[in-house]
Design a protein around this ligand. Structure first.
Ligand SMILES: Nc1ncnc2c1ncn2[C@@H]1O[C@H](COP(=O)(O)OP(=O)(O)OP(=O)(O)O)[C@@H](O)[C@H]1O
Ligand SMILES: [Mg+2]
Length: 443
């Protein structure tokens, strides 16, 4: 008998998935990160829009190497001194000592540790005098002493001798001055041949690293863009196969195509499709659930309203636009609607907006003239700024309207159930499929 599997453990939308982990683009990013870690002294910059899998990627790669992340989270208030202190404070020697007992890890750390690891051990390596520590001091006192004047020098012996890799998360939150100061001190890691991972959402987050002369040739940037549909579909197929669920390829394709390039949406939608049927736990091979395209659509809609509801308030604000009473047309809402039309795109050229609006059934007096759309696009930046919204970007130069947050595009498309004649489509597709299968068998 197969042990039942919890749907949420297979399709994992929080934390690192194990059963549905996909190495996108044939493991390109895993290899790039592993190589940066092998090249001692490299600064691995992991960038990409939110929820593209940055944390999952390094967690997985570090786990495969039998090392643990020493994670420092950044926020706007963090100073560079506080930054190093935060890293040191997170070192848990007791836990590390227990890991050291594990043979595999001993090998991966590659170092023979003399005596008991701890703050006194660290002070010994740094030279007691250098850190102002006296022989008589105990662990707690030494820790305090080191934390009172923290620096990257203190982290080097720890990162070299123990199965740990320093990971800096949310680097983009730091103010430029702090980023600059931290990167200046980074040379210590380069010289000591310690590799570090820095995670940030945008390219701007890491521009300062490139501006630092000490880091020339020391940076490996790994840029995780949004996923391609084929890789996203692998997540769905992998999970459904594990659970023994029959999901038509049309279902997995529909979910992957609508996931706006985000693996988390595939995980959520697949789980939701099963939960909707009342399956939260499945005994592989024992079930007989077949998912149809319309099930996928219902699940996508549920995910949009359950997990991406926070966009509702922004959507309402944007769709209303400024001075609604004074405006003759619903231009703001209609332009947003243009993104809900097929095929899914992250940006629209000016003429594409017109073409999509044409396909929206509207009485002529309600159809906005080009001038109304032009003035809306022009006013968009200021209107968003006034409302603390950063979701759309109109580029006058490129004459293109961008959606800055993929998840917002997903919300736009699925906030309402898309009645894409799914029942009829299912029927036609099933028919088409039977014909295909029949055709291939006969051939
Ligand atoms: N390689 C993968 N295979 C399958 N699912 C994945 C993969 N990477 C990410 N996911 C899914 O996406 C979710 C979000 O990933 P993750 O938290 O790593 O993104 P992130 O880029 O670190 O996000 P943030 O910008 O919020 O920090 C994961 O919990 C998982 O459900
Ligand atoms: Mg993350």
């Amino acid at each position: 008998m197969n042990t039942p599997l919890k749907v949420r453990d297979v399709f994992k939308s929080l934390g690192v998935p194990t059963l549905t982990y996909v190495r996108r683009e044939n493991g390109r990013f895993e290899s790039e990160l592993a190589d940066a870690l092998d090249t001692r002294g490299k600064l691995a910059l992991l960038t990409g829009p939110s929820k593209t899998g940055k944390t999952t990627l390094y967690s997985r790669v570090l786990e495969e190497r039998n090392v643990e992340p020493l994670t420092v989270r950044c926020d706007a208030d963090l100073t560079s001194e506080e930054f190093w202190r935060r890293a040191l404070e997170r070192v848990n020697f007791e836990r590390l000592a227990s890991l050291q007992d594990n043979e595999a890890r001993k090998v991966s750390a590659g170092a023979k540790l003399g005596g008991k690891i701890g703050w006194a051990w660290l002070a010994g390596l740094l030279g007691e005098v250098n850190v102002g520590v006296e022989k008589s001091m105990g662990e707690v006192e030494i820790r305090e002493k080191i934390l009172s004047k923290p620096s990257p020098h203190h982290l080097v012996p720890i990162l070299k001798a123990l199965p740990l890799v320093m990971v800096v998360e949310d680097f983009h939150y730091l103010i430029p001055k702090t980023k600059e100061a931290i990167f200046q001190q980074w040379k210590v890691f380069v010289d000591s041949e310690v590799s570090v991972i820095v995670v940030g959402t945008t390219h701007h987050a890491v521009d300062l690293a490139y501006a630092n002369r000490d880091l020339v040739g020391r940076i490996a940037q790994i840029d995780l863009s949004t996923w391609n549909t084929a890789d996203l579909e692998k997540i769905a197929t992998l999970g459904f196969t594990k659970l023994g669920v029959k999901a038509d390829p049309l279902v997995t394709t529909a979910i992957a195509r609508e996931a706006v390039g985000l693996p988390i949406i595939v995980q959520e939608a697949c789980a939701q499709a099963l939960l909707e049927k009342g399956w939260s736990e499945v005994e592989p091979g024992k079930v007989d659930i077949a998912l149809k395209r319309s099930d996928a659509e219902t699940a996508l809609h549920k995910v949009a309203t359950l997990h991406y509801r926070q966009f509702e308030i922004f959507y309402d604000r944007l769709a209303t636009g400024p001075r609604k009473a004074a405006r003759k047309y619903n231009t703001y809402e209609l332009v947003l609607l243009a993104f809900a039309k097929d095929p899914l795109v992250f940006s629209l050229k000016r003429h594409e907006i017109d073409e999509r609006l044409k396909s929206i059934p509207l009485p002529d007096p309600e159809r906005p003239p080009p001038a109304s759309i032009n003035s809306m696009l022009k006013a968009l930046a200021k209107f968003q700024q006034q409302n603390g919204i950063e979701l759309l970007d109109w580029s006058t130069k490129e004459q293109r309207l961008y959606i800055l947050e993929p998840a917002f595009l997903f919300y736009l498309r699925w906030r309402e159930i898309r009645k894409g004649h799914s029942a009829l489509k299912d029927l036609l597709e099933t028919f088409f499929h039977i014909k295909l299968n029949f055709g291939s068998k006969a051939g």
